[in-house]
Write a protein that binds this ligand. Structure first.
Ligand SMILES: [Zn+2]
Length: 449
């Protein structure tokens, strides 16, 4: 079958969603040593196995040629027989809808110009043939001609395996789950800014592992903004384009104190919470202030196995969050979301939890209140197990980048001293922009090989 090339090489032994296999995959590529792993060590386990380089992992490797193509008029399908013996089926309507000719597709935007109202969704086919340059040519009843590139067709095969491979190539939804033994993937800040391969490795690891450490940034403000510009643009929120995490008088956020922060995701009070977070250490406290992270998806998987009722409640009940104050401008936010978001197939896709902004308003029937607390406590207890928590201490010049839809992060309390002010600068991005840059880098690095 086409494909799985990418999935197989880039994600050995990984199963989507549930954690057991993923955990094993990650452990298998862990090496003993200090706290940080050099970048592609874990995220591209295939690299360590010597099967495939990072850059070529995303490329369609084989060239697919067509042996034969014919119309199955009764089923209204074109059957393509590949040189390797495989077959693919394509519905007439879908082919006509996706004609790549300049009348049907605006070449400069790669966008469809054919109107749905001009599409005959019951169209037949007059003739189909394989051209001399191995493309599939179709003549429609109105004598319009569509010519399809074979690689293009192969990628869009409707078999479950091909569809899954294509979705993985587009969205990289496979995840490496981890626990306290994670060695956080690490890259060099300047290299990520300057070198496309380094930037690609960074973003691939950010997607799959959920956290990447960058070292070597100047210990001054403005670095998270530079990093965001490497990708696209910052996500503006009520805390400003970037924000300063410091011990502040009359703090408008619990983060702006020297107290302990329990594990949380940022900004569940926004219905569309920021997908990615950057935190740059400009000054560290003399004592305390260590950072803690857990893999929220992995923790949700553990909860589902250990206490399925608690998982069900946290994925169904919509909890109110609130945030009120003044910063970039004044704000009075309210949102409702499940603490564990699952998609239509039951996979965990987002965690929304910040105990500080969880509202006292709880829109649940009386009989669900106590079970809700039991369920939330069970999830938090799993997150707090030492075997699940990764602890690290940021030093000036370090930037941590992480998936805010997946990781929960916290901070130990610290001693605030006027001569040694702890100062982190933070910024948000969204996953759409990060994934967009990741796809562009993958293409650029692939083409440069
Ligand atoms: Zn056309």
């Amino acid at each position: 079958m086409w494909m799985s090339t990418f999935a197989r090489f880039a994600l050995p032994a990984l199963q989507r969603g549930t954690s057991a296999t993923a955990c094993r995959a990650l452990r298998a590529c862990r090496r003993p040593g200090p706290a940080a792993a050099p970048l592609p060590a874990c995220p591209t386990a295939a690299h360590a196995r010597g099967q495939q380089t990072l850059g070529s992992a995303s490329l369609p490797v084989a060239h697919h040629s067509v042996r034969h193509a014919r119309a199955l008029d009764e089923e209204r399908l074109i059957e393509v027989e590949w040189e390797d013996g495989g077959h693919s089926l394509y519905p007439f309507t879908w082919l006509r809808d996706n004609c790549q000719c300049p009348r049907c597709t605006l070449q400069s935007a790669q966008a469809r110009m054919l109107l749905l109202t001009d599409l005959d969704i019951h169209t037949g086919v007059d003739a189909v043939e394989v051209t001399n340059d191995n493309k599939v040519s179709i003549v429609w009843p109105d004598q319009h001609v569509s010519v399809f590139d074979t690689e293009w067709l192969k990628k869009r095969c409707f078999s479950p395996a091909a569809r899954q491979a294509m979705q993985e190539e587009l969205f990289l939804n496979e995840r490496y789950y981890w626990d306290s033994t994670l060695r956080i993937p690490t890259a060099d800040y300047q290299e990520v800014l300057q070198d496309d391969k380094a930037a690609l490795a960074w973003l691939l690891a950010l997607r799959r592992v959920g956290i990447v450490y960058l070292k070597g940034a100047p210990a001054e403000q403005g670095q998270v903004a530079r990093l965001a510009e490497r990708i696209g643009y910052l996500r503006l929120t009520f805390y400003g384009p970037t924000w300063q995490v410091q011990d502040k008088p009359d703090a408008n956020n619990v983060a702006y104190t020297s107290g302990k922060l329990s594990q949380h995701t940022d900004y569940p009070a926004l219905h569309f919470a920021p997908g990615v977070q950057f935190l740059h250490c400009i000054n560290q406290a003399a004592q305390g202030g260590e950072s803690e992270v857990v893999d929220g998806f992995h923790m949700a998987g553990l909860l589902q196995r250990e206490e399925p009722e608690a998982f069900r409640l946290l994925s169904q009940l919509h909890v109110d969050f609130t945030d009120t104050g003044t910063d970039y401008c004044d704000f009075m936010l309210q949102s409702k979301k499940s603490i564990i978001d699952v998609d239509s197939e039951g996979r965990v896709v987002r965690v929304n939890y910040n105990n500080a902004t969880r509202d006292s308003v709880l829109d649940a029937p009386l009989h669900q209140v106590q079970p809700f607390y039991r369920a939330l406590r069970a999830y938090v207890d799993i997150m707090n197990r030492p075997e699940n928590v990764v602890t690290y201490r940021m030093e000036p010049g370090d930037i941590v980048t992480f998936d805010n839809w997946r990781l929960l992060h916290g901070r130990r309390s610290y001693v605030s001293r006027p001569d040694r002010l702890r100062h982190l600068e933070g910024a948000y991005l969204d996953w759409d922009e990060v994934m967009s840059r990741l796809r562009i880098l993958r293409k650029a690095v692939g083409e440069a090989l």
